[in-house]
Design a protein around this ligand. Structure first.
Ligand code: PMV
Length: 331
């Protein structure tokens, strides 16, 4: 029996994904564009064995919830059917950062799981097939398969065959840095899937959010190609605020921020006015991510760490894609 361990890093979207065009296949309603982070990581080991009657899933060294275990088993079912085997697996997955708090632990988690399970196949799937499975497991997970700047295509096909993540530029193209200001370590109350469905069903601004997103993805791609920081800052903050605006316009409105998140938004804008190259982005949680040119990351981190309500800060460079780190034969 082989125990295969893979590592994947979270990614953060600069152009956001919020909404599904097909819930069953988990097809996104918008394109999205992300950067993969270093330093934060999910490490997942998978070991198929004939000694289990069901998959055994541990998250951060404790038995995982039934809901999470089911999502893991659904992914493993695909590999069981591909390999023609009915063996269940022991899965251990550990995050070195807060889980389910808006730091994309599901993206790195499923990217690591699929990468490890894929390596157990005699004929592993290619990256496109893996990106489709990752997107089915979690809409942002395909993006964590790749390094640097990554686009997740919305796709047009009904079967989702063209709704895949694709690497756009490697991290060497533009080695941006990210400072994460943690403002709460609690798990969020509304998961992203529920939040997206509620927003699509009730938000009056829904269609303008979808329409604007297509323009934003073009502007961001062009800014990254030209390494134009001011242009990337403008379109990324706009996409982030538009995503939060559309969810806040749902009925009842969804609000993932706390007071510190708002203070940090103001602080980032002051820092930019004072000459630092920095912009913010925020996902479905209260943490703020400050994207900076490398020369400014230290000053940004020192400043944000001093904002009241910030529990701690993390600093990341752009990271590598998901990969297998060990394969051990075990009895
Ligand atoms: O992959 P999910 O279902 O957790 O959705 C992620 C949604 C956001 O993080 C809020 C935005 C994004 O594009 O990552």
């Amino acid at each position: 029996m082989k125990k295969i361990t893979a590592i994947a890093h979270p990614n953060i979207a600069l152009i956001k994904y919020w909404g599904k065009r097909d819930t069953a296949l988990n097809l996104p309603a918008t394109h999205s564009l992300s950067i993969t982070l270093n330093q934060l990581e999910t490490r997942t080991s998978v070991r198929f064995t004939d000694q289990l009657a069901a998959d055994r899933v541990c998250l951060n060294d404790s038995p995982a919830s039934a809901a999470f275990s089911q999502r893991v088993s659904r992914c493993l079912d695909t590999f069981r059917s591909l390999s023609g085997s009915s063996k269940f697996a022991t899965v251990n997955t550990v995050n070195n950062f807060p889980t389910a708090a808006g730091l994309a632990s599901s993206a790195s988690g499923f990217a690591a799981l699929l990468t490890a399970a894929n390596a157990s196949l005699v004929r592993p799937l290619d990256k496109i097939q893996l990106a489709i499975l990752a997107r089915q497991a979690s809409g942002s997970a395909g993006r964590s398969l790749f390094d640097g700047f990554v686009i997740q295509h919305r796709g047009e096909r009904d079967d989702g065959g063209d709704s895949v993540a694709e690497p756009l530029y490697s991290r060497d193209h533009w080695p941006l840095e990210v400072v994460i200001a943690i403002t709460s370590e609690n798990e969020k109350k509304t998961g992203s899937t529920d939040g997206m469905l509620h927003t699509a069903a009730t938000a009056p601004y829904w269609q303008s959010w979808i329409d604007q997103s297509a323009t934003d993805i073009q502007a961001a791609t062009s800014a990254i190609r030209r390494r134009d920081f001011a242009a990337l800052a403008a379109v990324s903050e706009a996409s982030c605020l538009a995503m939060h605006a559309v969810m806040q316009s749902a009925r009842p409105g969804l609000l993932y921020w706390n007071g510190t998140t708002v203070e940090l938004i103001h602080r980032i804008r002051e820092l930019r006015t004072s000459g630092l190259s920095v912009f913010f982005t925020i996902d479905a949680g209260p943490q703020l991510k400050a994207v900076c040119l490398p020369g400014d990351a230290e000053a940004v981190e020192t400043d944000l760490a001093a904002v009241p309500g910030v529990i701690r800060t993390l600093r990341c460079q752009l990271g590598a894609g998901a990969r297998v780190v060990s394969t051990v034969d075990e009895q």
